[in-house]
Design a protein around this ligand. Structure first.
Ligand SMILES: [Zn+2]
Length: 388
């Protein structure tokens, strides 16, 4: 029995004893619905979270955010980096969900067959509860954190983190590492890489004319867009993991008018920054097939890829070792979806993601949390915070 094995056993015992409390805490979060665009709901939940974290002994502050939902910052230990003081560890979570108000009334949180179900339970309110009970266990066992811990909970992750990105990047730049409370890969694996996500808009301008009386005088923006869509989709290359998806199109006015205008919204994903930059350049360089039309291309990569850097591998190896002490066999996976971990990894800060709940069904009606994973993951996070 080495020291970390003893600590692991003590932490797992402490968090397992709180399993029912964790479900009560999760139900409170699920019941307080928090769609990304509803400031009133988000602000109420931000207040609730700040109170919960003050109760554990964290210095919790609601960060006012005019026009959008407030965010929450919690600090344990020294809050600033002074000479000789260790750099903080940063823990990221979000409390917004993709579910509109009223969903929890229709399907409130329930526990069936070892699964907790409810809107936003898996993505990612259970992650917030895991962090809460990790820090409760650290407090209850009077463990000493080797460095300050900063937790940031934002209210706009599901819509791109536009109002929290700067805050996250600023905190990450000062931090030694970043742990992200997004759900695990189904089965429990952690995420050491994520694709970057770009969003582009292609607008085509042509010339309108009467489709019967003067068809030949028109320059169809719809026809031009159709040809560009084929080009765009041909940029997909599964071998390197790059995808280009024209997900939304619109254009034209009436069947009997040659369309003067058409527009496409494009989602682009890539595994590396180099590939992201290459594909962005290719999209921006599109030329019209019909030279009488003009193309206007806007947008870009909002979240660059979270690449599997040596620093991230070191974090994963630590999690794997500590997970082993808890009896967990943790694996690593890459994910096609992005998270706020993309921002921090792109800054070069070692980032480990997927430390939230085990379960399945993000953004889907069947979303669930594996209840046994709650104490396990809380113990794992506590161990990481104590050892990293
Ligand atoms: Zn999420």
């Amino acid at each position: 029995m080495d020291a970390s094995r003893d600590l692991a056993a003590a932490l797992l015992e402490a968090t397992t004893a709180k399993r029912d409390e964790m479900l009560v805490s999760l139900a409170a979060l699920v019941d307080q619905e928090s769609p990304s665009t509803d400031k009133g709901s988000l602000d109420r939940l931000a207040m609730h979270l700040a109170e919960v974290w003050r109760d554990i002994g964290g210095r919790a502050a609601v960060i006012e955010n005019s026009g959008h939902g407030n965010h929450v910052r919690v600090v344990f230990g020294g809050s600033t980096v002074k000479d000789g003081e260790p750099r903080p560890g940063l823990v990221l979570g979000h409390f917004d969900t993709v579910w509109p108000v009223g969903t929890a009334e229709r399907r409130p949180m329930t526990v069936q067959d070892g699964r907790a179900l409810g809107p936003g339970a898996f993505d990612m309110k259970a992650g917030l509860v895991i962090a809460e009970y990790a820090l409760r266990a650290v407090r209850d066992l009077r463990l000493v954190l080797p460095r300050p811990i900063v937790l940031l909970f934002n209210s706009d992750e599901e819509i791109g983190s536009g109002t929290s990105r700067a805050m996250i990047e600023e905190a990450a730049a000062r931090s030694e590492y970043v742990l992200v409370l997004e759900p695990a890969v189904p089965g429990g694996a952690l995420k050491t890489a994520r694709k970057g996500v770009g969003e582009f808009v292609l607008a085509v301008a042509g010339r309108a004319s009467h489709s019967g009386a003067a068809h030949e005088e028109g320059e169809s923006a719809v026809e031009e867009l159709a040809q560009q869509i084929v080009r765009l989709h041909q940029m997909t290359n599964y071998d390197v993991g790059t995808t280009v998806n024209v997900g939304v199109i619109e254009g034209g006015t009436r069947p009997n008018v040659v369309a003067a205008y058409a527009r496409a919204r494009i989602d682009v994903r890539a595994w590396t920054r180099e590939e992201a930059e290459r594909i962005a350049k290719a999209i921006r360089g599109l030329q019209p097939v019909n030279p009488a039309t003009t193309l206007t291309i806007s947008g870009g990569f909002d979240r660059y890829p979270m690449e599997r850097t040596p620093g991230t591998v070191r974090l994963f190896e630590a999690a794997r070792r500590l997970g082993g002490a808890l009896g967990l066999n943790l694996e690593e996976r890459a994910s096609g979806g992005a998270s706020d971990g993309n921002f921090t990894a792109a800054l070069g800060v070692p980032t480990l993601d997927g430390l939230g709940a085990v379960g399945d069904g993000s953004h889907a009606e069947h979303e669930y949390v594996d209840v046994t994973s709650l104490p396990e993951r809380a113990a794992l996070l506590a161990l990481l915070l104590c050892e990293l």
